[in-house]
Design a protein around this ligand. Structure first.
Ligand code: KIV
Length: 341
């Protein structure tokens, strides 16, 4: 081991041991040497986004990027494009499953998508939405369900909607070693209570409540707070008040980061976009064009072409032709015999 005392290097409680390993694996030791406690080399280190690096981004005033993803291929493309966080949002109830709102999606349905997204991600932080009903009964059940997202889905953070009234539950989930993201403002799981998907925080008392919600979550130790559907001035106040990074959606440019729904930015939502959505592509047009072209090629027998087909090796083809020829001859002979009879 390059003259380094192996026992010392493998003692992760010893700073000198860590320093020794950092000399061995310098690229694994990007942070403070004392912060590195795992000495197991696990492949080439990349720029893995963590809850700590999100806070660092807030501190450095570097915008945080987040998109939703619900399957392997989109997750992989998003990760490879360098997005910081991927949210498996319960919005998948609407975008992927065609429901009217997010209320009916189950833990098992969410987990199915979280596992697929997990397989597509390398660097981005994986946040999983806890669906409606999975944390509303009591904190014990919330911890049990949050644990499923980590153990069965590979989530690194779970997200729950609601502010002040969730603070205790958030603490208990964090006590179970599971980072939690908060979500306040327009919280889609409260659609029936809110009377629709409406911008929140428009009156002084609502602003006061949102500030209480944000500070309660911050004190409870959330890793970040999603701010959805609120005036930009309110999001600015919250962002300046809390130490957790704020991730806005329809909350103006002052948040520490921005999240949008994958299907919204690609025009895959079959309706007019909300005011805050910016479309970065038209996947609906691309997909429709490709599907129509495929249909036209099949119905006009232009697909598949010869170079899109597999071929027999020449000896097998010759043997097959000889066999078929023998069969033709035999059939012809049998026909002549039956005529004579
Ligand atoms: O479910 C979701 O996609 C979300 C984002 C809109 C924040 O919660």
């Amino acid at each position: 081991m390059d003259g380094i005392d192996q026992r010392q290097a493998l003692d992760y409680n010893s700073v000198s041991g860590i320093k020794a390993v950092c000399r061995l694996y310098p690229r694994s030791c990007g942070g403070a040497l004392e912060d590195i406690v795992s000495l197991t080399p696990i492949g080439a280190p990349r720029h893995k986004v963590t809850v700590a690096s999100l806070r660092e981004k807030k501190f450095q005033h570097e915008p945080i990027t987040c998109l939703t993803a619900y399957d392997y291929s989109s997750a992989r493309l998003i990760d490879e494009a360098g997005i910081d966080m991927v949210l498996v949002g319960d919005s998948l109830a609407m975008t992927m499953l065609g429901h009217e709102n997010t209320l009916s999606v189950t833990i098992d349905e969410m987990l199915h998508h979280v596992r697929a997204v997990r397989r597509g991600l390398k660097d981005a932080l994986l946040v999983a939405d806890m669906p409606y009903g999975s944390y509303h009964v009591d904190a014990k059940e919330a911890v049990r369900n949050a644990t499923r997202f980590v153990k069965e889905g590979g989530a690194e953070v779970v997200k729950v909607e609601g502010g002040e009234k969730r603070a205790d539950l958030v603490r208990q989930v964090i006590d179970a070693e599971i980072p939690v993201a908060g979500h306040i403002g327009l919280t889609p799981q409260s659609v029936n209570r809110m009377g629709g998907f409406k911008v929140q925080g428009k009156t002084l008392s609502d602003i006061e409540q949102l500030m209480r919600d944000a500070t309660a979550l911050d004190r409870a130790g959330v890793s970040c707070i999603f701010l959805e559907g609120m005036p930009r001035e309110v999001a600015d106040l919250i962002t300046n008040e809390v130490s957790a990074p704020t991730i806005g959606i329809g909350a103006g440019p002052g948040c520490d980061g921005q999240v949008l729904v994958f299907h919204d930015i690609l025009n895959l939502t079959f309706g007019p976009p909300a005011k805050f959505v910016r479309r970065y592509g038209d996947a609906a047009a691309e997909i429709t064009h490709a599907v129509q072209a495929f249909r036209a090629d099949v119905t006009s027998r232009q697909y598949p072409a010869d170079n899109e087909s597999y071929h027999l090796p020449s000896e097998t083809r010759q043997a097959l032709e000889a066999l078929l020829e023998r069969k033709r001859v035999m059939r012809g002979l049998r026909g002549q015999i039956s005529v004579v009879e």
